[in-house]
Design a protein around this ligand. Structure first.
Ligand code: MEV
Length: 428
């Protein structure tokens, strides 16, 4: 129960220790001792570590860390860590990977780690002249940018090129300068933001314009991952299932409502690996969906065909700005562990794995939809979750869950009813 004099007008919360914040919160929203116990469970984080990650920390939020198996990508075997709350996703990915494995696994292309930093140039009197001068000073701009990160430059990365775009806005024409930076094994947002800020005064000087935004674009069109695989017809369930998948694909191509859910299935895998490795899920999501809309119509990120033997050929293409250094990748203990399990040599390799996982996830979802429907696979885990929510003790969860599935009534009220019957000594 929330206190009568509850309010959210709180300042200086960040100055308190985690303990003090928990007490204050507890008083504000009237927490039970059990709630406080959960808050105090910081897992593998020390209070100092977790308190430096974000502001106003009061606790740590845990999610399952699972493993997908059977992946062979460019001839190498991978065990893929996934962090996700949704039942069936991990098993589905492993199943689809097995179907691809029979035909050599996934072929993923190299992913050049090129990020775009956008610089918005406004108040230009002569757009054409400004474009020309910017183009002519390209090498100066690249040089200033690279002075910001000599190590990156020394290792073979750094600013490489610029693109000059003209856009029409409600406030008139603007020039958008794209600085293209090879960020090597990082996700790269920090690197490119620093570079964009550093070159902006020079841009204002030479163009005579006013620079406003200087920020990474999450539509990383120079960092696109592509993966391809052949999925075995018999393992998928035969010709009719393959036909069903092809119909599902055409449905997604023709209908953005379906394409959204189709891509959601892909993102089940992509985001789970992104999160497991401590990468920025929001950047990946926004980039993927923008990429899906680039043609002017929101479209599926995968495409399908059938080979002469009736096997399903799947392909995926999406921007994947994933890093294996920097950000949370080395700070978060589980992200570190995830990278160790993956045994990667580069950020490109992580993106190659991620694209293959997205494709596998999509095939698994379409297979289930085309064959038995998605609910059957979900039911076993879902019913166990429902039993837990209903307060069924751990030793009875399996029994209650099975009964709910058998009776096709997977609901909290029914789980409680079954538990009551068990407690009353009824033989179920
Ligand atoms: C559920 O998380 C994902 C699916 O809806 C994807 C799809 O419909 O293709 C099953």
């Amino acid at each position: 129960m929330i206190m009568k004099d509850f309010h959210s007008n709180i300042s200086g919360f960040y100055k308190l220790s985690i303990d003090e914040r928990q007490k204050l919160l507890s008083n504000l929203v009237n927490l039970d001792p059990e709630d406080l116990d959960i808050l105090k469970e910081l897992g593998y984080f020390t209070p100092t570590q977790i308190d430096t990650l974000i502001e106003n920390v009061v606790g740590s939020y845990q999610l399952p860390f699972g493993l997908a198996f059977n992946f062979k990508i460019n001839g190498k075997d991978y065990i893929i860590p996934m962090v996700i709350e949704e039942p069936s996703v991990v098993a589905a990915a492993s199943n689809a990977a097995k179907m691809a494995r029979k035909h050599g696994g996934f072929q993923s292309d190299d992913v050049p780690p090129i990020m775009i930093s956008q610089i918005q140039i406004t108040n230009l009197k002569d757009i054409k002249a400004a474009k020309e001068v910017l183009e002519s000073r390209k090498q100066d701009l690249i040089k200033i940018a690279n002075e910001q990160d000599p190590l990156l430059n020394k290792l073979g990365g750094g600013a490489q090129d610029i693109e000059i775009r003209e856009i029409q806005t409600n406030k008139g024409k603007m020039i958008i300068l794209h600085l293209l930076v090879n960020v090597l094994d990082a996700m790269g947002a920090n690197i490119v933001n620093t570079m964009a800020e550093a070159i902006s005064p020079y841009i204002e000087d030479i163009s005579g314009g006013k620079v406003y935004l200087r920020i990474v674009s999450n539509l990383a069109t120079h960092r696109v991952a592509r993966s391809k695989a052949t999925f075995d017809k018999e393992m998928l369930g035969g010709e009719e299932v393959v036909e069903g998948i092809m119909n599902a694909y055409e449905f997604a191509l023709a209908d953005p409502y379906r394409a959204t859910t189709h891509n959601k299935g892909i993102m089940n895998g992509v985001v789970a690996l992104t999160l497991a490795t401590g990468n920025d899920t929001r950047a990946i999501e926004s980039g993927a969906h923008a990429y899906a809309s680039l043609s002017g119509r929101y479209s599926p990120l995968t495409k399908f065909d059938v080979d002469s033997q009736g096997n399903l050929i799947g392909e995926i293409e999406l921007p994947l700005a994933l890093g294996i250094i920097g950000g949370m990748t080395k700070i978060h203990p589980m992200a570190r562990l995830a990278l160790k399990i993956l045994n990667l040599k580069s950020s490109s390799e992580l993106s190659q794995v991620c694209a293959a996982l997205g494709l596998a996830q999509n095939v698994a979802a379409l297979r289930a939809l085309a064959a038995e429907g998605i609910q059957k696979g979900h039911m076993a885990l879902h019913s166990r979750n429902i039993a837990k929510v209903a307060g069924v003790p751990d030793d009875l969860i399996e029994k209650v869950s099975k009964k709910m599935i058998a009776d096709k009534k997977i609901r909290v009220d029914y789980a409680k009813e079954i538990l009551q019957k068990i407690n009353d000594g009824e033989n179920l």
